[in-house]
Design a binder for this molecule. Structure first.
Ligand SMILES: Nc1ncnc2c1ncn2[C@@H]1O[C@H](COP(=O)(O)OP(=O)(O)OP(=O)(O)O)[C@@H](O)[C@H]1O
Ligand SMILES: [Mg+2]
Length: 245
């Protein structure tokens, strides 16, 4: 993937198996978010291909890739301020309800009943993430850790088979991080959703992932099980002075 002469991803080839929790790590600027943007169709790669469920998706628009069962959260929260937690989750679920979110917000009595069903489902999802009590609170008034859960719930509302999380633990305290690890594990174990995550928190990555891929300057430095990656001399060198794990 090139940006005006800057090669942000180069020869970056890997396969994620169904049911895996797969982590992508690497220093700032390594290309992790760019990789997510390429996988989800937000960026069109200059070269190379992306396959999802056996179908080539790198020429598709993000909403089409989303309809195939891919959902993501963003590194910077992208919630609708002024809406409640449940309403924010409902935005994610709209492809299931069969009408536009804003049509539902401003009128059309015909969709009210379905909207109520959607809100019930949003509440269920927030409950699954341990945030049921915040369903009717405006997201602006929620602690950061809960806002992050709302974003995950919104991604889950599309019923994905693959969930991509960009730095889900950033800004969380230790207890919130621990809680999120358990949540991600349950998303995989109880819902069978494959998870790919980008994260700087090494305890989170090493304690949760089946496999880890290390990006450095847009290329793959190493990939394998957490213990393999942790002891890989090239990884140790790239992280020198940083105390990776
Ligand atoms: N839209 C863009 N236009 C131009 N350059 C970009 C764009 N997006 C990313 N880059 C560049 O590509 C490189 C990789 O950026 P990216 O955001 O993917 O890194 P990252 O690994 O997610 O870093 P971080 O850990 O800080 O989030 C950086 O040099 C960045 O400046
Ligand atoms: Mg990033």
């Amino acid at each position: 993937m090139d940006f005006d002469g800057l090669r942000a991803l180069n020869d970056c080839s890997f396969v994620v198996e169904p049911g895996e929790i797969f982590a992508v790590i690497g220093p700032n600027g390594a290309g992790k978010s760019t990789l997510f943007n390429v996988i989800t169709g937000l960026y069109r790669p200059t070269q190379g291909q992306v396959y999802f469920r056996g179908v080539r998706v790198d020429r598709m628009r993000p909403n089409r890739v989303g309809r195939m069962g891919m959902a993501r959260s963003f590194q910077n929260l992208e919630l609708f301020k002024g809406l409640t937690a449940a309403e924010n989750v409902l935005v994610g679920g709209h492809r299931h309800l069969g009408y536009g979110f804003f049509r539902a917000l401003w009128g059309d009595p015909g969709v009210r009943r379905r909207e109520a069903r959607g809100l019930d489902r949003a509440r269920d999802l927030l409950g699954f993430l341990g945030a049921a009590e915040f369903a009717d609170v405006a997201v602006d008034d929620l602690p950061y850790g809960v806002q992050k859960k709302v974003e995950v719930a919104r991604a889950l509302a599309t019923d994905p088979v693959l969930l991509l999380l960009d730095e889900p633990a950033a800004g969380l305290n230790d207890a919130e991080t621990e809680d999120l690890m358990e949540t991600v594990r349950r998303i995989r174990d109880e819902r069978g959703i494959t998870v790919v995550l980008v994260e700087h928190n090494m305890r989170f990555v090493m304690g949760l992932s089946d496999r880890v891929c290390v990006l450095n300057y847009g290329s793959i430095l190493a990939q394998g099980r957490p213990d393999e990656v942790r002891s890989n001399p090239r990884v140790v060198e790239a992280y020198l002075g940083e105390e990776p794990c």
